[in-house]
Design a protein around this ligand. Sequence first.
Ligand code: HSE
Length: 306
Amino acid sequence: MNNIKVRVPATTANLGPGFDVFGAALSLYNEFEAKYTPDNKKTNFILKGEGSKTLPKGSKNLVWQSMLETFKFLGETKYNLKNLNVTISASIPLNGGLGSSSSAIVGGIFLANALCENRLSKSQIADLSTKIEGHPDNVVPAVYGGLCICSKDEYGDHGTVVHLPVPKLKVVICVPSFELRTKRARQILPKCIDLKDVVFNISRVALLTTAFCRADYSLLRQGTQDKVHQLYRGKIIPAMSEVLEAAISEGAYGAFLSGSGPALAALCDTKNAIIVQKTMIKKWKSKNISVKSYILDFDDKGVLRI
Ligand code: HSE
């Protein structure tokens, strides 16, 4: 196969209390294309859309690095940056919280694997993606689609994935104009968590899981509460709690920090989506922060050849 094009969904991770465990794929996509051009003499790396002016081209690009990891893993030496033309058309904002780097990792691995006759299974792609990303909750739903519970084995290698029923809810996303790198959003977390906060989160994760399994979305209000990471991240994300509370006050079932932020997410019925979105945007604008916003569906397909 000499010409491969794939699309990879955005993701929202944690869903409140499910830190590093819960993740869902969303209907916003980056597209990645690789063409094998054996006679080419120079690198041809094209970036379009989000990050096209800022992301590195060539060897420092995460898509290429993930392709290279995959070629190494498969023992494939034929491909290099000169004989592959890579094009990235990105719609997922880079500010943080929607899995843009996970999409690059999964896109790169999927492209490289397709060039190598699809020797890796989806589960191997998920494991390799997790190894590169460091935690599974963004990459796993990007691979499989849907709503996933992800756990790594005790060695941090192979992951077990449980697929929950995909809710028929809208996901309102608001991405503020400032950027927050996951590395920083993880550095500010405490090394130890108080036992009562751990108990709080265990109960919320149980409610979250039950809400999706029974499609009883009234449980999501409590089920999306968290005391493990949002408390701390809220200190560097202005108005986070107020925006989340505003979403709930307009009828959202639950609202949470999307991944490590700064994007925020609210789950609601179609009929409430626009008012929830408007209220979240207004609350942030009242703090002089402009936002990009989307009303999305859950994606149930994951990475896909197009
Ligand atoms: N679970 C991760 C975190 C998601 O909250 O840091 C960000 O990629």
